[in-house]
Design a protein around this ligand. Structure first.
Ligand SMILES: Nc1ncnc2c1ncn2[C@@H]1O[C@H](COP(=O)(O)OP(=O)(O)O)[C@@H](O)[C@H]1O
Ligand SMILES: [Mg+2]
Length: 200
């Protein structure tokens, strides 16, 4: 640890996370959505966010595409930059959890080691991994953003599933197979899972 860091002490405020959770009437935690591009992370996370928000919960989606415009705008898609991207999201969502917000983090986050790092940063008790899965061929067929086509043509480098690896979660807390169920079914299952975990 550097000398500077050793000399930085945390100020302990009078409003605790627990105080905030009681006021909001629910616990906070991070629900980490991982899966190939086009598997359904953003669609499900935003639909769940809307439903939880409408039921008066404090909830926020961190989405890969959005953070890369600001917080992580300086980062590329190289392995080191992807790790730093995940680290920053993990640190920010940890602050949101302290603020008693249910965080839905929708990032491809293809590497086991990066997801483990996020789990370590956020803490075992506040981290749930949701594996959004769908065969590559179907994700490619959906090609929501048109990037698979560009990746196949070699116009985008390091594209997960095409020219960069995706490491399947070993022990996800929830698996959602979006090629086998409708969006409504997926949203309902994820919502039910979250509500159970954030019950006070
Ligand atoms: N069960 C499902 N859950 C989520 N998305 C689904 C499902 N079935 C079909 N889709 C479609 O798959 C696409 C997923 O895109 P998106 O959410 O942007 O993926 P990602 O964020 O993982 O890259 C959307 O066009 C969505 O309508
Ligand atoms: Mg997305």
């Amino acid at each position: 640890m550097s000398k500077e860091k050793k000399n930085i002490k945390k100020f302990r405020g009078e409003v605790s996370r627990q105080n905030r959770e009681y006021r909001n009437k629910h616990r906070a935690a991070v629900f980490w959505f991982t899966g190939l591009s086009g598997s359904g992370k953003s669609t499900i996370a935003h639909a769940v966010e809307k439903e939880l928000f409408d039921s008066m919960m404090r909830v926020y989606v961190f989405d890969g595409d959005n953070v890369r415009h600001g917080l992580c705008a300086d980062l590329s898609f190289s392995p080191t930059a992807r790790t730093e991207n995940i680290r920053r999201i993990a640190e920010v969502s940890k602050l949101f959890v302290e603020n008693s917000t249910v965080c839905l983090c929708a990032f491809i986050s293809p590497l086991l080691s990066d997801r483990q790092m996020a789990r370590d940063v956020i803490g075992e008790n506040d981290f749930y991994e949701i594996f959004i899965t769908c065969p590559l061929a179907i994700c490619e067929d959906r090609d929501v953003k048109g990037y698979y086509k560009l990746a196949r043509e070699g116009k985008i480098k390091n594209y997960t599933g095409i020219s960069a690896p995706y490491e399947v979660p070993e022990h996800p807390d929830l698996i959602v197979e979006t090629d086998k169920e409708t969006l409504e079914e997926s949203v309902a299952r994820v919502k039910e899972f979250i509500l159970e975990k954030v019950k006070l």
